[in-house]
Design a protein around this ligand. Structure first.
Ligand code: AMP
Ligand code: ZN
Length: 140
């Protein structure tokens, strides 16, 4: 398959690895938003959260949890953003699921995770919540 992250997993394309196990690979982002910007991917190809198995997703998140602690020890950031984008509308560029770890320092100038708070329409918010609850088999 012509997938850049599959090629990184199979070593056809080089990467700077930070961690590897049976299911998961973590490597450095080559366009880092900050020092220590990491990507955590499942070794089995899955484009988005809709395609990945729950077991692989949990494995990716477990490695993310461990790596966050390692990044804290090594770089001592003041914060960490986790990002995981699904689909073009969400600005996903590489269609092989990945979690970003982005270490943050106050005043680092990054604009990710900054959004304007605008109060929502509570009726609309509740209507959507009811549909989701129902879909989850959780309706009261
Ligand atoms: P996105 O799909 O928008 O969540 O982000 C894709 C990320 O992959 C970007 O941050 C890129 O810098 C990164 N990226 C793309 N190609 C490579 C590569 N060969 N090695 C490491 N990171 C990459
Ligand atoms: Zn892939």
């Amino acid at each position: 398959m012509d997938c850049i992250f599959c090629k990184i997993v199979s070593n056809e394309i080089p990467s700077v690895k930070a961690y590897e196990d049976d299911r998961v690979l973590a490597f450095m982002d080559i366009n880092p938003l900050n020092e220590g910007h990491l990507l955590i991917v499942p070794k089995a190809h899955a484009a988005t959260i809709y395609e990945i198995t729950e077991a692989d997703f949990l494995a990716v998140m477990s490695v993310t949890h461990k790596l966050a602690a390692a990044v804290k020890k090594v770089l001592n950031p003041e914060g960490i953003n986790l990002m995981q984008l699904n689909g073009r509308a969400a600005n996903q560029v590489v269609p092989h699921l990945h979690v970003h770890i982005v270490p943050r320092w106050s005043g680092d100038g990054l604009t990710i995770s900054q959004w304007e708070m605008v109060a929502g329409n509570m009726e609309k918010i509740k209507a959507v919540a009811e549909k989701i609850q129902s879909e989850m088999g959780n309706a009261e």
